[in-house]
Design a protein around this ligand. Structure first.
Ligand code: HEM
Length: 600
């Protein structure tokens, strides 16, 4: 059989394509293209989700456009006496015209639908936000998302249309409605941000999330009865932190960084079986630890997304290789290790659960556990320390509470070692818990994230019917600072959770860990304890709540039992840490430079 060459095919092809193109660019052809644009919107794009296909659509569009330009170019240049640059311009002009004919009506149809026909059209909000999410994207290029949403709240009220299909609801009722144990909502497309990675947190369906979450709950061993086992290790890393603080003498120490060092080291050991060596003595050989760059990376996740994802993959591979004892990264060979990753993998392998062992999912979980388990704790520690630096009288009050409780006894030789650290008592210190609650309220670790959506059923929030298939954002930042929930909402007042309960109007607005069983709002004085005792019931509630709180409590108690702290006398910008708070799913903050004075 003789295969025809391109030169043989071309004339025939041109004979078909050229008349077709002529027809298309005639008024009738342009109208047909326009109608196709509208039809593609009304019957295809309007249904289901398309965000994951966006790169494919873009590639397809580029391919078709390039094919059009090339065909026209070939057709024009094959005419006798034609000029190449004129032919090129012609090709671009015709391709542009055809694009306009198709996309113009398509986008017009989208705009008309979203503004005048959409089920959310009656909700208030910026008009451009109703037309496209690009409006939001544009705004957060210049202002952090938590501030954008807060400004909208003060302008439009508590229910705002912030996207074509999205409502932002600034009311504590929203937490339970979208994430409580009985919610019908599922996770919104926002959770696909890790794509192509998945993590237990990013799985959007109840059926997909449940089994993996159960596996992780078992592997992390974080139910409260296991937490005491981890105290010794928390104390170990907190002890290393104290040594660095002591060594800093009269020099300021950036506690944003040091709290991250502490929490990453502890989390590294817990999740992967080895610490990152960040709090080790500077003389120790930590420089060789290639994973030690993690705090800088992860605290700027949004700025270095690809690098962070690559780091997660490397950490996961390194974990698998380290203990499998062979270069092939053989999952089956991983055994006998006491860290969460080893337990997870071993159990999944035993159950022959290949889905759980998918490498992209393990990479996603490596990132999740590292960020969720460390950054959150470090952020809360940083912000409690910041607020206590602003109000030294609160440091004294906290120290007095700890001393009076008898939960802590230091070695009499003046060293920073502890003879006693009674965590069961520390857990229940009201003022300590009040300080932590206030940091979680004012500087939530997840300020706006945790976005959910209604499914095929409408739900009611604040007396408003929220239609099916609506994305719902319930930003902790604004809800925790709303005047409808707290008196003097922007002030750090730990006593509102202890003796000054009149400063709390609606305790449901404190929701640092995702929704659990709601605290009993009629017994405000016990709320700081309720946070500790909260029964985990929401599907998406943080599994590390108890562990995170224990870390924060132990570190705070150990630091405050040994030092008082203040901003450096020449600190030009003491509010820097809070001013630089940035919403990048987890919140990140600026440097907190503190000077520590040992207690006599
Ligand atoms: C102060 C400390 C902490 C805070 C404020 C915090 C907060 C949160 C919040 C708000 C969520 C829900 C996110 C969402 O809705 O998508 C979450 C999820 C999660 N947290 Fe924490 N967290 C803390 C500590 C920890 C620790 C120590 C771990 C240790 C393993 C941890 C592991 C996780 C995991 C795995 C998830 C995802 C759960 C799921 O989607 O099923 N967190 N955390």
């Amino acid at each position: 059989m003789v295969i025809p060459s391109t030169a043989d095919i071309m004339p025939g092809l041109l004979q078909c394509v050229v008349p077709a193109l002529k027809e298309l660019k005639a008024p009738k052809g342009l109208m047909i293209l326009g109608a196709l644009g509208v039809i593609s919107h009304r019957f295809y794009f309007i249904r289901g989700e398309h965000h994951l296909q966006a790169p494919t659509y873009l590639k397809l569009w580029m391919l078709v456009s390039i094919a059009l330009i090339s065909t026209i170019l070939v057709a024009e240049t094959s005419k006798l006496g034609s000029n190449l640059s004129e032919a090129g311009l012609d090709a671009i002009r015709i391709t542009g015209l055809l694009n306009l004919a198709f996309f113009g009506p398509l986008f017009t149809s989208i705009v008309i639908y979203r503004l005048f026909e959409h089920r959310l059209r009656h909700f208030k909000g910026p008009r451009l936000a109703a037309v496209s999410k690009f409006w939001h994207f544009w705004r957060i290029l210049f202002t952090s998302n938590h501030e954008v949403l807060d400004q909208l709240y003060h302008r439009y009220g508590k229910i705002i249309r912030t996207g074509p299909q999205e409502l932002t609801i600034i009311d504590p009722e929203a937490f339970d409605a979208i994430a409580g144990a009985r919610t019908t909502c599922i996770k919104a497309p926002w959770y696909d941000m890790l794509h192509p990675y998945v993590s237990v947190n990013s799985i959007r369906t109840k059926e997909g999330h449940g089994p993996r979450r159960k596996r992780w709950d078992e592997a992390l061993q974080l139910s409260s009865m296991y937490v005491p086992d981890k105290q010794v290790r928390i104390q170990h890393y907190a002890g290393q932190l104290l040594r660095h603080i002591k060594a800093s003498g009269t020099n300021p120490l950036n506690m944003t960084t040091w709290y991250h060092h502490f929490s990453f080291d502890f989390m590294g050991e817990m999740a992967f079986g080895y610490s990152f060596g960040l709090t080790e003595d500077s003389t120790a050989s930590t420089a060789t630890n290639e994973l030690a760059e993690v705090p800088t990376l992860v605290s700027q996740v949004s700025a270095s997304w690809n690098k962070t994802m690559a780091w997660a993959a490397k950490t996961c591979d390194s974990r698998l290789a380290k203990f499998s004892g062979n270069k092939e990264n053989n999952i089956d060979a991983i055994s006998g290790q006491g860290d969460a990753f080893a337990r997870f993998i071993r159990q999944a392998a035993r159950d022959n659960d290949l889905k759980s062992l998918d490498r992209l999912a393990l990479y996603g979980d490596a990132l999740l556990i590292t960020v969720a388990g460390s950054h959150t704790t470090a952020l809360t520690l940083t912000m409690v320390s910041y607020e206590l630096a602003r109000k030294p009288e609160l440091q004294r009050k906290l120290r007095e509470e700890i001393t009076a409780s008898g939960a802590v006894r230091l070695h009499s030789d003046g060293d920073m070692r502890f003879e006693k650290l009674d965590i069961a008592v520390i857990d229940k210190l009201p003022f300590l818990n009040g300080c932590i609650n206030e940091a979680l309220r004012l500087y939530p670790a997840v300020p706006t994230g945790g976005i959910k959506q209604t499914v095929d059923k409408a739900i009611t929030i604040c007396g408003q019917v929220i239609p099916p298939d609506t994305v719902i954002v319930a930003p902790r930042w604004s809800i925790g600072r709303a005047e409808s929930s707290f008196e003097r909402p922007n002030e750090f007042i730990p006593e509102r959770w202890t003796t000054e309960s009149q400063l709390v109007k609606d305790a449901r607005a404190l929701n640092g860990f995702g929704i659990g069983k709601l605290p009993d709002t009629t017994h405000i004085a016990t709320i700081s304890l309720s946070l500790t005792a909260l029964v985990i019931s929401g599907r998406h509630v943080c599994p590390g709540k108890q562990l995170g709180l224990t870390e924060i409590r132990i570190v705070l108690v150990m630091v405050i039992s040994n030092f008082s702290w203040a901003f450096a006398a020449d600190e030009k910008n003491p509010t820097n840490v809070a001013d630089k708070y940035l919403d990048s799913y987890v919140g990140s903050v600026g440097a907190l430079n503190l000077i520590f004075t040992p207690l006599s």
